[in-house]
Design a protein around this ligand. Structure first.
Ligand code: NAP
Length: 258
């Protein structure tokens, strides 16, 4: 049961943060892992750290998910290296802060370009390979922000993360006849480089609001991704699952007891 050995997995935004946590779990499980991002330096560091964790290969391919041609080249490179793609973790995403009153069209475009269009382009680029797999898996990294909660400065981000779920539901129907499932993980506050940039006050406040009493780890997301990637999860599609230590549950701050 739950054998991922030899499965070929592509993780966009895999060089750091949640993507790297997902890549770590798959590498330990013996999958062939391709991590992708824009910065070559971070990709090289990631491959160096992941190589040898399991029995599979680990490679890095530079790509920008907001560029359709870049996604096409990425899927071709991974297919060439591994002989196919069984699992796409469409994880790359950005969360810059901008209030509605001052948000520029460029800021809005950037977030939608990476988080929404990037999801479409990555999935479209991998479709032939996922179909050939016979048990293809698409795992989206959405968020609790947007689909369930809100936070000042993240109206564009929340909209982009909800858009991923709208995409997912129709993609799941279209791709089901090909044996491909499409599911989404909704992380709560996961301690990544990107989240750390929000500053210590933000991290402390968020930690206080989480019933589990701690921020999540990137591997917490990786463990659910790994399960959704198995052949045994083949009857689960179009679903979203929060991994948040209970963060969305409290009705008020008083509901979180120390
Ligand atoms: P992170 O630490 O900033 O890492 C983001 C990753 O995405 C990096 O590998 C980055 O590498 C890559 N990336 C960014 N823009 C890209 C682009 N245009 N094309 C390709 N790769 C790109 O962020 P994170 O916290 O791990 O977040 C990862 C995902 O989880 C995002 O979708 C985010 O919305 C979601 N999420 C995070 C949290 C959290 O608490 N951290 C909570 C909910 C959801 P380069 O910059 O080198 O390209």
């Amino acid at each position: 049961m739950f054998d991922l050995q030899g499965r070929s997995v592509l993780i966009t935004g895999g060089s750091k943060g949640i993507g790297r946590g997902i890549a770590t779990v798959f590498a330990k499980a013996g999958a062939n892992v391709a991590v992708s991002a824009r910065s070559q330096d971070q990709l090289d560091t990631c491959v160096g750290d992941l190589d040898g964790l399991g029995s599979g290969k680990v490679i890095a391919v530079r790509a920008d998910v907001s560029d359709r041609d870049s996604c096409t080249a990425l899927a071709e490179a991974v297919t060439d290296a591994f002989g196919g793609i069984d699992v796409l973790c469409a994880n790359a995403g950005i969360f810059p802060d901008a209030r509605l009153s001052t948000m520029t069209p460029e800021q809005l475009e950037e977030v939608l370009g990476v988080n929404v269009k990037g999801t479409f382009y990555a999935v479209q680029a991998c479709l032939d390979a996922l179909t050939a797999s016979g048990s293809g898996r698409v795992i989206l990294t959405s968020s609790i922000t947007g689909p369930i909660t809100g936070f000042p400065g993240w109206s564009h981000y929340g909209a982009s993360k909800s858009a991923q779920l709208g995409f997912m539901r129709t993609a799941a129907i279209e791709l089901a006849p090909h044996g491909i499932t499409v599911n989404a993980i909704l992380p709560g506050n996961i301690l990544t480089e990107g989240l750390a940039d929000m500053g210590p006050d933000y991290l402390a406040g968020m930690t206080r609001s989480i019933p589990a009493g701690a921020l999540g780890t990137p591997e917490d997301i990786g463990h659910l991704a790994a399960f959704l990637a198995t052949r045994e999860a083949g009857y689960i599609t179009g679903q979203s699952i929060a991994v948040d230590g209970g963060q969305v549950l409290p009705e008020s701050p008083d509901a979180v007891t120390p």
